[in-house]
Design a protein around this ligand. Structure first.
Ligand code: SF4
Ligand code: SF4
Length: 96
């Protein structure tokens, strides 16, 4: 499942540099996440970095992109065909 940013985002910008996939960008009113590049941080971190740093809890799971762990692994491999995955053993199931 990809994450999305909801309207309570205050556009602080804290999440953008934390995304290992460059999936976060500034839009007209709030920051946005490109679901094609969001792996829930799978392959890099044990937790979702954007959600971890957001001061107003605006990074949430996007039910429109219900990727399974296998699908997330495939997305990672598509983005990084030659890169070793890190921390997959610690990676936890998607947040509810
Ligand atoms: S969950 Fe991870 S990969 Fe997805 S947008 Fe947030 S920081 Fe980027
Ligand atoms: S960290 Fe949260 S409030 Fe700041 S830009 Fe990202 S989603 Fe918006």
């Amino acid at each position: 499942m990809a994450l999305k940013i909801i309207d309570q985002c205050i556009s602080c910008g804290a999440c953008e540099p934390e995304c290992p996939n460059g999936a976060i960008s500034e839009a007209a009113d709030i920051y946005v996440i490109d679901p094609d590049h969001c792996t829930e941080c799978y392959g890099f971190y044990a937790t979702q970095q954007c959600a971890d740093v957001c001061p107003v809890e605006s990074c949430v799971m996007d039910a429109d992109y219900p990727d399974t762990p296998v699908a997330l692994a495939k997305k990672f491999r598509t983005l990084y065909p030659d890169q070793e995955m890190e921390n997959t053993a610690k990676w936890h199931p998607p947040m509810l």
